[in-house]
Every structure is written in structure tokens, then in C-alpha cells.
Design a protein around this ligand. Sequence first.
Ligand SMILES: [Zn+2]
Length: 380
Amino acid sequence: MTYSFEFQASRALARCWSISLLWLAVPLLLTTPAFAFDRPLAESALIAGRTVPVLCYHRFGASGRQDAFSLAPEEFARQLAIIADEGFVPVSLTQLAAGWEQGQPLPEKPLLITVDDGYRNFNQHARPLLEARGYPAVLFIYTDFVGARLGFSRAELRELQAAGYDIGSHSASHPKLNKSLANETREARLERLHRELAGSREKLRKWSGGEVRGLAYPYGLWDQVVAEQAQAAGYHLMFTVNPGPNRTGDPKICLKRNMVLRGTRDATFRAMLREQPLVITDWTPRPGEWLTGPVSFLEAVLDPASRSRIRPETLRAQRGSRPLSVTLDARTGRLRLRFSKTGISGTHLVVITAQAREGDQIYKNSRLIMVRPDETHTGR
Ligand SMILES: [Zn+2]
């Protein structure tokens, strides 16, 4: 039996996430501890059920690498205008955390703008456009990039924080946090995660002079151990790049973000802002859980409220660009997504959508599935 280690995300994601994931062949020394999903999450009645889209940008302007992650300032300006036109009010991470955790008032349609990595030409190309509209943003910085030729300096981080930008962490060295190194013991991995998560947070607090509440997992990759370490390091809100909107009450350890790529059509951007969360619970396997492959099915329950709002015959699921078969038990709401007959292994992004019963809105959910190859069957 053979396995494909090719990462089956969309082409854009594959570019971002680097295609060869040879680490999947490395046996990982992970067990499954009692996990954060079991703990009750603080949720305010004020904002219960509110939809929160989060946008993920990387670079702006003509300096630096020119690829799908580099937007022209005019393009960004048009998108900010669409955000306003759609009635969204961008909030800061501080505001969102206060609303989510302490019930502080939030706008009717909150939205979060995030910018990853820490390219300093943000100041030149994106910042004037944000400030012209009074829009806050979160800057997710990986600390090894601070002081590099194209990265923010420490002084710039301090000035940005003072100007009202949230500084969040994007790790220290931008690794695939869910990946163990070759022959790495569990203790060594935990120590490394401590440096990446607690270490980067400490530096950013010191350099910016502000609180660091948010973490954006590099490449959006995480697992249960990473999330636990992030919580222990003091992060409140952790972000992936799984597409789709968030709903207040979702686990704060794996919030969704829509990556905005160069050349996104205005109509596509507008439709993305209008997406509604397709609420899915009781996942098997749970988000962040590693399985030993090959795996043929994903199972879950479609929340009754979501079920009542969609046309069931429009339910679709995709792994990367490949459609999966979806069955919905009309009585129980049980969802079953079927992969290929032989099963899959590796790390895959699964996106599930459905059309609204009324109107043209799309309901969306997405998640990673992580399957270690079953060593006993690979013949390696
Ligand atoms: Zn990044």
C-alpha cells in the first residue's frame, strides 16, 4: 500500500505551507491529554451567536517577495471600502477578547483584520489606509524576523503598539508547530514549544510594551499539545488559517481566518464577508487530534439551528480541491464525510459548505485532519 504525503490543501495554501511534508513519516511521541475543548468557555450573553469574520493578510506593496501573499495597496483600499459598505466594524483584538471573555459591548458586525509575519512596509502601504478609516489591526509577528532587513524593528513595534495596534505572536522561528523533529523526545518537544510560544510572547511584551493576547499558528498548523502549551503561555485567542467565519462560543484555541490573496475579486471578497458559520459539533476525530492512518471517514453532528437554516441537498465537502461524499442523517443530524476507499494519511484541510434555505448566503465550516501513516502498513 502506498501513501501520498502531498499536502492536499488548495494550491494557494500548498504554496504557503510548503509542499513536502516529509515530517509526516516521523513517528510522533504524542499522547492525548484531557483537553481544552472539554472545559467550559466563557461566553457573554451580549454577543452569543455573533458571527466574527477574521481576515488574514501578509504583505503589501512592491518591495519584498511578489506572490499571492503580496497585495497592491489599491487592492487593500478597495477591500477596506467593501468592509465598510457591508456594515462591518473592525475591532481590535483587545476589544474582541474583552467582548468574548468579559461581555464588554461589541459592534453588531465585528470583524478582525490581521497581518502576519511582520513586514515593515506595512507602515508604508497598509497603515495609512487603515488609519484613514480608523480601522485597528492585529500584527502577528515572529520574533526571529524582528530587526531583519524587511522586518519591523523593536522600536517600530513599540510605536505601533502605542498607536493602538495589537501585537500578537506568530512564534519565534515560524516552524510547523505540530511537527516533531527527527528523534525528538516529548520533553524536548515541549521545551522547544515553550521557546516558540512563551519565549516569543515574553519578547513581544518587552519590545512592544503592551499585552500579547493573540497567537497565529504559523501555516495555521497546530495540535492538542501546541494548544495546551499556548494556553499555558498565556495566550487567549489562537488563530488558524482554516477558512470560514467564527461564532462567539467557538473554541478560542482554533479560530478561523480567511486568507486574502492577491487578485481576489471584489465579489468574492464580499461573498466571503457574508459567509455564516455552519455549526458542527462532536467531531470524530476531535480538532487537533492526531490519528494513525489510513482514515476513511470524518464524523460529526450538524447543529439543529444550522440545519434549519440550510438546504441539506446543497451540503458539500472538499479536501483541498477534491470533493468528498457527504451524508446527513435527517433525523439525528449526523454528518459523515467519506474520503477515498483506501483512506488518507497526512495533513489535510477539509471545508464544508451549504447554501442558505433563503437568500444566497453560504454557510461554512472547515478543519484540519491529521493522520500519521500507519508504520505497520507502509512497508518502510
Ligand atoms: Zn507566517
